[in-house]
Design a protein around this ligand. Structure first.
Ligand code: GDP
Ligand code: MN
Length: 381
């Protein structure tokens, strides 16, 4: 789960990271009231789950409460990278002398958390990584965490002033606690700003939480915003199915993450484009199958032109899946062709159930994938 900036800053504040006071508004008038309460110049910031809000006009300074109302009205009318802005964060503004980049991410290849640090902050870090990768310092963190002297050593080449080095190192030590105790996949501060007064502050906050750890964090649920999820994502979460929406036109319902990946690979191999990753899991029930079909077909502006079931029955019973398919079709007919591949536990029974309802299934994954691609193309033609 990705947190909004205001949520990430709330988390940062719990660990003593220096963030500026602020509040969230959903109307321009509210933004004006918050600005009046804060006093002085404020920054109004769009709360959408994408980067580059600054460039898109989603971050604006306001000198007076009246100006805050105006700027908030402008920002609340924006759609940034397809996401409508429904909330703005109003925070106190500061004068910035320099902008650094600081984050902790999980580096899967090294199997270690990694500090990423750059003097080129504020801007799109992906852009820096592409054009000037040497400007990003990467430091793998020992599993028991960084030592303060190591944190100071990291910042020394970038910051001449010893007091700034000390503040920045302290920020890194706290960010480490946010990352490790908070079960983050990413904790990012961009910009990590040096003010004209020499203070080091987290002016932006980006946090991505590891959903596998949600049982350890009761408070995460209150951060979940239903409006940030598509109907498919919501249903998948409620039913406990792993689901990732993609941009292709071939819907996939598969049991097991490995088989789901292999299915997507094979679709790509034969020139098709998967519309999703969907793992209905090891154990099965007809309910999971009906949910899976509702997830795939229920996405707004769905481009799905054909759906492939790829089931390898182990613990998953093919007859459960067949019953789920039949039941779904009875409840609501699919508007697109369905191709079924199944083999393994109870596949004979499954084939009989499907045949009784005028459906057939192949045992070959290769054939299933090629057929579904052909069907999708027929629909297009
Ligand atoms: P992003 O574009 O989505 O990453 O949003 P940021 O929160 O990083 O804001 C973009 C830029 O707005 C920053 O890099 C700063 O240059 C500027 N900005 C943000 N907060 C302040 C502030 O308090 N004062 C000033 N002067 N600029 C700010
Ligand atoms: Mn930023």
């Amino acid at each position: 789960m990705n947190l909004h900036e205001y949520q990430a800053k709330e988390l940062f504040a719990r660990y003593g990271l220096p963030v500026l006071p602020g509040q969230v508004a959903v109307t321009p008038e509210e933004a004006g009231d918050i600005a009046a309460a804060l006093g002085g110049t404020v920054v109004i910031k769009a709360q959408v789950l994408v980067g580059g809000r600054g460039k898109a006009g989603g971050v604006k300074l306001a000198r007076t409460p009246e100006e805050a109302v105006e700027k908030a009205r402008d920002i609340l009318a924006l759609i940034i990278k397809g996401l409508p802005v429904r909330k703005v964060l109003v925070t106190r503004a500061v004068d910035i002398a320099r902008e650094l980049y600081l984050s902790i991410v999980l580096d899967r290849s090294r199997k270690l958390p990694l500090v990423m640090l750059s003097a080129e902050g504020g801007v799109d870090i992906e852009e820096v990584a592409r054009t000037a990768p040497e400007k990003i310092i990467k430091w793998p963190i020992p599993l028991d965490g960084p030592r303060p002297y190591q944190a100071r050593a990291l910042f020394k080449p970038l910051l001449q002033d010893g007091r700034q080095v000390q503040q920045a190192a302290d920020i890194l030590m706290k960010l480490w606690r946010v990352w490790s105790e908070g079960d983050c996949q990413l904790a990012e501060i961009n910009p990590l700003a040096i003010t004209t007064e020499g203070k080091v502050l987290a002016l932006d906050a980006k946090v991505s939480l590891d959903d596998n750890a949600d049982i350890r964090h009761r408070d995460w649920e209150s951060w979940r915003d239903p409006a940030d999820e598509t109907p498919g994502q919501r249903l998948a979460r409620e039913k406990g199915l792993s689901y990732v929406k993609l941009d292709g036109d071939i819907g996939c319902v598969v049991n097991g993450a490995g088989l789901a990946m292999a299915t997507m690979d094979l679709i790509k191999h034969y020139g098709g484009e998967p519309a999703n990753f969907l793992d209905i899991g090891g154990s099965s029930s007809p309910e999971k199958v009906t949910a899976a079909l509702r997830i795939i077909t229920g996405e707004p502006r769905s481009r799905v032109r054909a759906i492939l079931f790829n089931i390898f029955g182990g613990i998953t019973r093919c007859d459960d899946v067949a019953n789920g398919i039949v039941r779904s079709l009875e409840e609501s007919p699919l508007g697109v062709p369905l191709v079924i591949r199944l083999t393994g536990t109870n596949d004979e029974v499954a084939r009989k159930i499907l045949a009784d309802h005028g459906l057939s299934a192949t045992t070959s994954m290769d054939e299933g994938v090629r057929t579904v691609i052909a069907r999708a193309q027929e629909v297009t033609a």
